[in-house]
Ligand binder design. Structure first.
Ligand code: TYM
Length: 387
């Protein structure tokens, strides 16, 4: 198996389908997270570090307990500072290319947990400019529409306007531009090309663009005068941005941004993350109950060809997309998760039952989410940064 960083992908036209590709714009193949830690040069989340987080949060969040968040950069430094009385801010975001899917909610729910436990601000960047630049077909009107729609999903999760600041890139460019200039001036084209895989045919907007994703790492100082680190919870695909940002942060008089990386919630097919570009294997927050049932019904599982065979030899939850849903989000009780796993392995529970249960859980969650999403329309303005 070959790991493809952005640069490797860009230079390799003979890409084999089974090879792992992890870039901010593409994730495919079977993702090997241990190899990513080595390749990206991040640190594994150790039990010692988890204990340090737990000392502040009480019971560990299930995404930490289950190692869904598995890697970091400088989380220890952020905790050292916090213990000495220096707060941090949280920063995460969304590229509004279409509706939000359940995979996006994984880092956002965890961010909400951190915000509530550590009582910190969140800066949430919505990158309508990025999604415009990276796709030839999309126009700015479309990405702006999705910016609004996606912000509703964020708010529906329970973030409060007092300490949540949504940055819409094209509307709020006045807040980002000077910071992005300072960042851009210190990143050479050669570094950008090797970090992001730019080619001769890449448009120059896209080449500049990483400086804009870097900017919110430092916006807190501009808004408040406080120079504190940003901690970024996100899936590991976003890491190339932070590598280049971390290199320039101290030269610009800022703290290095820290990261905590999660795995990808898989799609409902055989391989790869849940991705908006594959709608048939993704569950979107705006999917209606019948669509959810249909998608779940067609999902790839670890089941056997016949019920009789499965009752006899059991199934394989480790490769089952449905089991991952329980594991990542929808079974908070670890003993119940283990019981489900056991019943699957021993053939006591068949895929049909498991699918029916998850479709019900998902639809219950989505119905409540959509109600909160509707209410968010009344408060969305309160999250916009005031000048
Ligand atoms: P985007 O819109 O691709 O993804 C939004 C967030 O969701 C994470 N993610 C997933 N997490 C778990 N399972 C999945 N299947 C899955 N798919 C996506 C992404 O890692 C991301 O955290 N350029 C960014 C927007 C952005 C941003 C940021 C993201 C701007 N500033 C700061 C994170 C942190 C983007 O297009 O994300």
């Amino acid at each position: 198996m070959v790991i493809k960083t952005a640069a490797l992908v860009a230079n390799d036209n003979n890409n084999n389908n089974n090879d792992m590709v992890v870039t901010p714009w593409e994730v495919k193949g079977k993702v090997d997270y241990d190899k990513l830690i080595k390749e990206f040069g991040t640190q594994p989340l150790t039990s010692e570090l988890l204990n340090r987080v737990g000392a502040h949060t009480g019971k560990l969040h299930l995404q930490l307990e289950r190692k869904i968040f598995f890697s970091h950069r400088d989380l220890d430094t952020v905790l050292d500072l916090y213990d000495k009385g220096t707060k941090f801010v949280l920063y995460t975001g969304r590229g509004p290319s279409g509706p939000v899917h359940i995979g996006h909610l994984v880092p956002w729910m965890f961010t909400l947990h951190l915000q509530q436990k550590f009582k910190t601000r969140l800066y949430f960047q919505i990158t309508d400019d990025e999604k415009y630049l990276v796709n030839d077909e999309r126009d700015l009107g479309e990405t702006s529409k999705w910016s609004y729609e996606n912000a509703l999903d964020l708010i529906a999760l329970g973030f409060k306007p007092e300490d949540t600041f949504i940055i819409y890139n094209t509307k709020d460019i006045d807040l980002l531009y000077d910071i992005s200039l300072k960042v851009a001036k210190r990143i050479t084209y050669s570094t950008a090309r090797s970090s992001f895989g730019f080619q001769d045919s890449t448009n120059i907007g896209w080449v500049y663009w990483p400086a804009l994703q870097a900017a919110p790492c430092f916006i807190h100082k501009k808004l408040t005068g406080e120079n504190v680190p940003a901690l970024i919870p996100a899936a590991i695909d976003q890491d190339p941005y932070w590598r280049v940002t971390r290199d320039v942060a101290q030269k610009l008089g800022y703290c290095k941004p820290a990261q905590i990386h999660c795995r990808f919630l898989p799609g409902l097919g055989t391989n790869g993350k849940m991705s908006a570009s594959m709608p048939e294997t993704s569950i979107f927050t705006i999917d209606q109950p019948d669509d959810v049932k249909k998608k779940i019904w067609g999902a790839f599982t670890g089941g056997k060809p016949t019920a009789a065979e499965q009752r006899k030899t059991g199934a394989n939850p480790a490769i089952c997309s449905i089991f991952q849903y329980y594991h990542y989000l929808f079974e908070e009780d670890l003993s119940k998760l283990k019981e489900r796993e056991h019943k699957c392995i021993t053939g006591e529970m068949l895929c049909g039952e498991c699918k029916k249960d998850i479709a019900e859980k998902l639809n219950k969650f989505l119905e409540a989410h959509r109600e909160r999403r509707e209410k968010a329309k009344d408060t969305i303005e309160q999250y916009h940064i005031k000048r």
